[in-house]
Design a protein around this ligand. Structure first.
Ligand SMILES: [Fe+2]
Length: 370
């Protein structure tokens, strides 16, 4: 599916039903695509140059180091608003690449994140930003992570209020991004099988932590796939983690109705009216809600030359205006209240430096620590 090249600096989609999109509605109204212009690119590069210090650790930067200017920040803000409070999907197109290298592009992604939220750790090594590239990892192994493989991924959500995925290089073949609205899928499920919808809302399932649990955390966390809030329904589907979670000692088994519900949910997400396909281009940032939108990716074949290989940078952030989560999701997210730093995976190297970074960044954005 081709993305129309319309300009998109404008008010966000809003309202209770905004996150229940279909492929047809996404294609009809493309205000979720924000195009950056030459001025924006110049401002981003100037801010990057002002803040960047070679070899400075990412956790030592703060947002005032990167003065991007209000113009481009307001465009980026509209995309993050769209992802959080509108459709649940946004695309920023036209990030600068000329004159910078992949490390600087990664820092630029990091710096943008500093302006909008508190980055969350993502893995065993407690990394707060990860390169999404094929390093030969087996996605289906008990500790495998999809971002380090070239495999087709299951639909899933990541671990912060929103995920930013910036594209430095795309593969020559495959690697298309797929996304679907968990809210639309929920509504379809309710229409077709209200009995199974009720099961997925009321009965928790085990999500494996893929061996990345921090001290004191169990190897899996139990939560229902769908959870209703005052204003909406949220979705936490992740087949790979549930399949692995079910194999862990002490994990409760899935009932036949749960299995049937999960299979139907996955089938609904892949129907043509719900599954949107987009191909990220170098210089794009895809921004998604991890509460209402599910995402996936097709398998890819890469270039042989190291400098041309597919590489994207993934950042999870907790935002000052993130949604309130249901109480049943507290164990996985660490907190449920809006304005509190939540989500992520502390991993095995969460230390005083991590705590200091998060506390400083939270204070800067007017947020509280859990
Ligand atoms: Fe993901």
């Amino acid at each position: 599916m081709r993305i129309p090249s319309t300009i998109g600096s404008r008010p966000t989609h809003a309202g209770r039903d905004a996150s229940a999109w279909t492929v047809e509605s996404l294609e009809r109204d493309t205000r979720w695509i924000v195009l950056l212009d030459d001025n924006d690119r110049a401002n981003l590069l100037a801010g990057l140059k002002a803040g960047r210090i070679a070899d400075k650790p990412l956790l030592d930067y703060c947002r005032s180091d990167f003065p991007f200017g209000e113009m481009v920040l307001s465009k980026l803000r509209s995309a993050i608003d769209e992802a959080q409070h509108g459709l649940g999907v946004a695309l920023v197109r036209g990030m600068p690449r000329a004159g910078i290298d992949p490390d600087q592009f990664e820092l630029l992604t990091w710096a943008i994140g500093l302006h909008f939220g508190v980055a969350r750790p993502q893995d065993r090594q407690t990394r707060y930003i990860n390169a999404v590239k094929d390093v030969g990892v087996d996605y289906r192994s008990p500790t495998g992570r999809g971002y380090s493989s070239n495999a087709e991924l299951d639909f899933h959500a990541d671990g912060g209020d929103v995920v930013l995925l910036s594209c430095w290089n795309q593969a020559p073949e495959g690697g298309d991004s797929l996304c679907a609205s968990g809210v639309s899928a929920w509504r379809q499920l309710v229409v077709e099988r209200p009995d199974l919808a009720a099961v997925l809302e009321s009965e928790p399932v085990p999500f494996s932590r893929q061996g990345e649990q921090a001290e004191g955390e169990a190897p899996f966390t139990l939560l229902p796939v769908f959870a209703r809030t005052d204003s909406d329904v949220l979705c936490a589907w992740n087949r790979n983690r549930i399949q692995n979670g079910l194999k862990l000692p002490g994990a409760p088994a899935c009932s036949a109705a749960q299995r049937e519900g999960l299979e139907l949910l996955d089938a609904i997400l892949r129907r043509p009216q719900f599954m949107y396909r987009m191909r990220l281009q170098p210089g794009d940032i895809q921004i998604l809600s991890n509460l209402t939108t599910l995402h996936s990716r097709t398998a890819f074949t890469d270039y042989p030359e190291p400098e041309r290989k597919r590489i994207l940078y993934r950042l999870w952030i907790a935002t000052p205006d993130g949604r309130r989560l249901p109480a049943s999701w507290r164990d996985k997210w660490g907190a449920t209240e809006p304005g509190v730093v939540k989500g992520g995976m502390r991993g095995h190297q969460y230390d005083d430096r991590c705590r200091a970074f998060e506390a400083r960044q939270a204070a800067d954005l007017g947020m509280r620590m859990a």
